[in-house]
Write a protein of this length. Structure first.
Length: 243
């Protein structure tokens, strides 16, 4: 979960920093857009098919890097890095077995991480609403990790990966950009959705780890296709330069 939180913060901070840098640098001279754009999105994930029958919706973040293949920006190369959490459990356990005066938290997090590369087509490069479509091929990692921490959750004493598996995904999506300013270097509101046609993977959901009386655990993994829809909202910021 902390990795997902960090990724969410990175997505937000990168976008905010780019917007602030853009705004602060304007008085020093005119800015011109480069071929690079960065996008930071927060997302809600809606699992589909067998995956949706096993897990609830998830929450996460996605960071996008775009490189325009033409000056107008109709065609771009696109790279994504993202992650989302679809389940978690928390148990309080005594630090010393014979007394419950000092308690620790055991937190189990069910997460998905992905990286993808593909292309994007911008149907309109000007106007108040600018629709686009994209496609990519990606790699998804399904990770369940348990961590032991104190009540302040400032750091983990120990952590264990209970399960991990990887699979491919074919990704198709689209959305709209709504400019937040009137210049070519202005940030835009990004609203979109992407469908991950995920391959078959082994994963754990909430309740799939059983604690046995002898201190061991029993895993009850699922093994299905991993289709999911990502609903995304964020900020798209062209990287500016001075000529």
């Amino acid at each position: 979960m902390r990795a997902i939180t960090r990724l969410s913060l990175v997505a937000v901070l990168l976008s905010v920093d780019a917007v602030e840098s853009n705004a602060q640098s304007r008085p020093r001279g005119p800015l011109f857009p480069t071929r690079f754009t960065i996008v930071g999105d927060l997302l809600v994930a809606q699992p589909k098919g067998d995956f949706g029958s096993n897990v609830d919706q998830g929450f996460g973040a996605n960071v996008v890097f775009l490189y325009k293949l033409d000056r107008a920006g109709v065609f771009s190369l696109r790279a994504d890095l993202g992650g989302m959490q679809y389940g978690s459990e928390n148990k309080r356990v005594p630090f010393i077995p014979y007394t419950g005066r000092v308690l620790l938290d055991v937190t189990t997090s069910n997460d998905v991480y992905w990286g993808a590369i593909g292309g994007q087509m911008q149907f309109l490069t000007k106007g108040p609403v600018r629709p686009y479509a994209n496609a990519a091929i990606g790699l998804q990692g399904f990770v369940t990790e348990s961590a032991l921490s104190g009540s302040d959750e400032s750091w983990d004493y120990a952590s264990t990966t209970n399960s991990d598996d990887f699979t491919h995904a074919y990704i198709f999506g689209g959305g709209v950009l709504i400019p937040l300013g009137k210049t070519a270097t202005s940030a835009s509101l990004n609203i979109g959705a992407r469908y991950h046609f995920g391959g078959t993977a082994k994963y754990l959901r909430e309740g799939d780890i059983t604690d046995n009386s002898d201190g061991t655990i029993t895993l009850n993994p699922r093994n299905t296709k991993t289709d999911v829809v990502m609903w995304q909202v964020g900020v798209s910021v062209p990287i500016p330069t001075r000529r």
